[in-house]
Each structure stands twice: as C-alpha cells, then as structure tokens.
Ligand binder design. Structure first.
Ligand code: NAD
Length: 248
C-alpha cells in the first residue's frame, strides 16, 4: 500500500537514503531540510527517479511553527500521513563534559531533544485514530551512543540520544491504542557528513574497522531498517530499540 511519510533532516545522509528507499516503494515523501535547498532538491529528484513522489520543505525542527508547517505542507501535497521519521540531528566536536559550555549543551539539546519531541508530538497529533488520523508508524533515529554513553567524546550527544530512546518507549505505550507504532533505530558508525560536522570526517571508517563486521555502515543500510519499521511488514513491532551497528 502506498504511504505518505515525512522525514526530518532528509537533504543528505540517513534521511536522504531513507527517502530514496521510500520512493522505491512508490511512497510520497515530505523531505524536510534545514538550509541546503540544492541538496533537498536532489533528494526530491532521487525519490521521483526511484518511483515515488516528494516535496522539499525548509524548516528548523527546534522551531514549533516550522514543525507544524512541515506536517501541514506534506499533508496538503499528499494527504494524511502514515509515517514520520524523527531523523534530524547534530553532533558537535569531541570534548569532555567538563569542557562543554552551556551554549553547546543548549544547541545540541535544542535540535536533538526539543526538535525530536516537537516532531514526535506533531506526529502523535496527526496520526492518532482518536484525533482523526489513520494510525501509522513513527521511527526515531537515536544512536548506539545512547547505550555506549559517549564517554570522553560527546556525552551531550549520547544524553540527547538516550532521551530519544526514552521518548520512543513512552510513546509506544501511549500511542499503541491510537494505532501508532513507535520504534527507535540506533545506528552505529555510519559514513555520512555528520562526522565532518563533528570535526572528524573519517571517524566512521576509522572506528568501523573495530566492529565485529569490520567496517562502517552506509546510510542505505540504516534506511532499509527504517523503511521496514515504517512498512506494514513490521506490523507487530513497537517500543523496540533496534541496533544497526555492525555489532558494535
Ligand atoms: P547528516 O549530518 O548527514 O544529516 C543530518 C541531517 O539533519 C542534515 O540534513 C541536517 O541538515 C539536518 N538537520 C540538522 N539540524 C536540523 C534542524 N535544526 N532542523 C532540520 N534539520 C536539521 O547525518 P546523518 O548521519 O545522516 O544523521 C541522521 C541522524 O542519524 C541524526 O539524528 C544522527 O544523530 C543519527 N546518527 C548518525 C550516525 C552516524 O554515524 N552517521 C550514528 C548514529 C546516529
């Protein structure tokens, strides 16, 4: 069955790969992006080339009005939503907690926690059967860092991802009776631009060699798991935290 989904932070990386895989299933995708309109347009083209439909929607997930507007735009273009991927996230440079200024903590928590909560809240409002929605699937893109702790590296990031996992578990209980499944994907070391943003462009490839599968993962390998959780094939899976880590 064709689906309408919204993916935050889908101009590149895991979000863009998930959009392409959704397109290959013939789904319609709201492609949210923060600032790079060209990259978002490329994702839209890739979804269409794969067989789906898509629109690009600019918006900051940490801004309530932007989040509401991206849901409105997706539903106006393609009809009621069936799924939402809470994917947008940021990673700062390696530092110990003792050296992290409050501005950094606020920035990371603003996008990774508040942004995720605003997106998930809007998903709950739109998808709940008791509020006129069709039910559906919400996938939160957390991180293996949620259980590894990010010690001596990025405790701020790990903390934010732990919060996302907690949210997914709580939402699965609250929203199951509303026809909504909520699951968390916890990627490990995946080759995307986030590591350059974190000051270590080669981090995934360097550390990926130490995983049981002896390599970093690709955005597509994470996207496959996300699309499975969005699809009806996973209809009895909710409240799960799924590692996609090569065994890390
Ligand atoms: P990426 O940097 O390529 O993608 C992140 C996307 O989020 C970008 O498109 C960025 O523009 C967008 N974004 C950032 N702030 C935003 C905001 N305020 N509003 C809207 N969009 C915003 O990195 P990625 O690896 O594809 O990351 C996707 C998700 O996967 C993130 O939540 C990240 O924490 C998580 N993750 C990634 C890895 C990895 O190794 N790459 C591992 C674990 C978890």
């Amino acid at each position: 069955m064709s689906k309408t989904i919204l993916i935050t932070g889908a101009s590149r990386g895991i979000g863009a790969a998930t959009a392409r895989l959704a397109g290959a299933r013939g789904w319609a995708v709201g492609v949210n992006y923060a600032g790079n309109a060209e990259a978002a347009a490329a994702t839209v083209k890739a979804v269409e080339a794969a067989g789906g439909k898509a629109i690009a929607i600019k918006g900051d997930v940490a801004e309530e009005a932007d989040v509401i507007a991206m849901f409105d735009a997706t539903e106006a273009a393609f009809g009621k939503l069936d799924g939402v991927v809470v994917n947008a996230g940021i990673l700062d440079v390696a530092a110990q907690l003792a050296d992290m200024p409050v501005e950094r903590l606020r920035k990371v928590f603003d996008v990774n926690i508040l942004g995720a909560a605003l997106t998930a809240r809007e998903a709950a409002r739109r998808l709940s059967t008791g509020r006129g929605g069709n039910g559906g699937s919400v996938v939160v893109v957390s991180s293996a860092a949620a259980r590894l702790g990010g010690a001596d590296e990025r405790i701020d990031y790990a903390l934010s991802k732990g919060a996302m996992d907690t949210m997914a578990i709580g939402m699965s209980k609250e929203l199951g009776p509303e026809g909504i499944r909520v699951n968390s994907i916890r990627p490990g070391l995946i080759v995307t631009d986030i590591h350059a943003s974190g000051g270590q462009p080669e981090r995934a490839n360097t550390l990926g060699g130490g995983t049981p599968l002896r390599r970093a993962g690709t955005a597509e390998e994470v996207g496959e798991a996300i699309v499975w959780l969005l699809d009806d094939a996973s209809s009895y899976v909710t409240g799960a935290l799924l590692d996609v880590t090569g065994g890390r």
